[in-house]
Ligand binder design. Sequence first.
Ligand code: 5GP
Length: 211
Amino acid sequence: MSSSTMRRRGVCLVLSSAPGVGKTSVSRALLEMEPDLSLSISATTRARRPGELDGVHYFFRQPAEFDAMVERNELLEYARFLDRSYGTPRAPVEAALAEGRDVLFDIEWQGHRQLRDKLPGDVVGIHLLPPSLHELERRLRGRAQESEAEIARRLEVARAEIAHWTDFDHVLVNRDFDRTVAEVRAILHAARSARTRQPGLDAFVAGLLKG
Ligand code: 5GP
């Protein structure tokens, strides 16, 4: 076996942040740059936003359909967020990991916790922080015409998400987009070479030592 043909187990890269910090843009850039990385498409009961496609951005489901997926144990993790359900379909993730492909998850802290329990050793968690709450508020205001009450609610949600920063392996402050993308890529690349993700190493090293 040569080092280049050796199979490795895929990485579960979780990118979490408060809404408005920029994780969606970072994810998009990462997916363009990393051909071995694919996005886990979640199921959700929230309404489709303009421009979103079923099966591309989310699997949009009725609450009863979502509950049936939970009943059938088809979700690796699921959580409630702003009175809606969100969850990760199990089958595509398990297939990708077994084939040595990496999966990117844009999920919140409860999902990250469950994923760590379900897939011990596979998950690398990154939390993205905003440079300041003031900056976060500015970004949230820039997104849509929303009432003061809605902005206040989003800031509350943001604080709740940030409060869980200690759950994560890595914490980055998103001051500069390109730099953040480069840092996330460096974390992914380092995770790929972890000894525990290369089950073929034993045989490879044994071969090396035999000469
Ligand atoms: P949005 O509705 O803005 O697309 O997402 C709201 C929040 O739900 C975001 O923080 C996003 O990361 C999170 N989310 C999206 N999909 C999932 C999922 O499958 N599981 C969990 N736990 N959270 C998710």
